[in-house]
Ligand binder design. Sequence first.
Ligand code: TYM
Length: 331
Amino acid sequence: MKKTILSGSTVTGDLTLGNYIGAINNWKKLQDDYDCLYFLADLHALTVFQDPKVLRERTYSFFAQYLALGLDPQKNIIFVQSQVPEHTELSWILTCLTPLGYLNRMTQFKEKSEKHVKNINAGLYTYPILMASDILLYQADMVPVGEDQRQHMELCRDIVGFFENRYGAGTFKMPEAYVGKMGARVMSLQDPEKKMSKSDENEKNFVSIIDEAKSIEKKIKSAATDSGTEVKFDLENKAGLSNLMTIYSVLSGKTTEQIESDYMGKMYGHLKVDLAELVVETLKPVREKYLDLMKNKDYLDQLMKSGADRARPRAQATVRKVYDAVGLVKS
Ligand code: TYM
């Protein structure tokens, strides 16, 4: 029996190099050897205000971006969260088990409520419970995510504990986070103290995976570095440069030591030029495939439907088990 992998991304902005390097690149590596489910978290997107038209369009766009990045809709179950209603059903049961104190600790809630002061809604607060439902619904063994999702993963594991304490073991598998060694936290290009985020208002801070070559080159070449000259991996003193080296390392397969030795005696500018070229080369076929896929929404609709059809029976089986365990009467 293959182990089950599940992961997803919230449908906001466009996927960035951070999403790719920290998560989707690992999803791709796992797709040959595991039973993988990858979904678009459109319900999670509703925790901040979304223009309905934009959200709908973006859902197609994200689906096409997943495919263009190399996720295979045959090998994996690729689906849209809202098309499998069991996510919200399980979420309610788990909401009734999760103490407020645990939610109060979530750093992402604190950050997001500072950013969206006019819309601190209950969904923003209970977001990690919906995320736990996404994972537990499919009895996932492993969840490949970037560093920023570690705390949510811990909460998910705590929730399994709350459930087992009250109703006994055997309903859910205990999932584990899978965080890559390199690139688990790609930083913003202009402000390397904060993470690269697809919802950043300043476009210079991130490279989107469907950016045009010219724009990628400009963003990488103008990335903030320090005033030093030696190409050396040093997260503390050379955060901007180290971030660029991390991206370089993941995309080229070279270690940071190899990169240091390749650039011995050269300036940061040389590294930036080569990195820009490497990113452009990596993303050029992705953009082409993406633009092609977006011409055929019917095809995307078909794939979405078949993904949801494959995901639903598995979700239903878990919800049935859960309803039974908590004492709800079958209809
Ligand atoms: P999201 O959409 O913010 O990000 C998708 C994935 O990309 C990773 N990531 C990064 N990795 C490295 N560097 C970065 N700068 C960077 N930015 C993002 C994230 O860690 C994530 O793995 N809550 C999730 C979506 C979600 C989910 C789930 C994930 C909903 N339910 C169940 C796994 C399992 C989120 O907003 O990810």
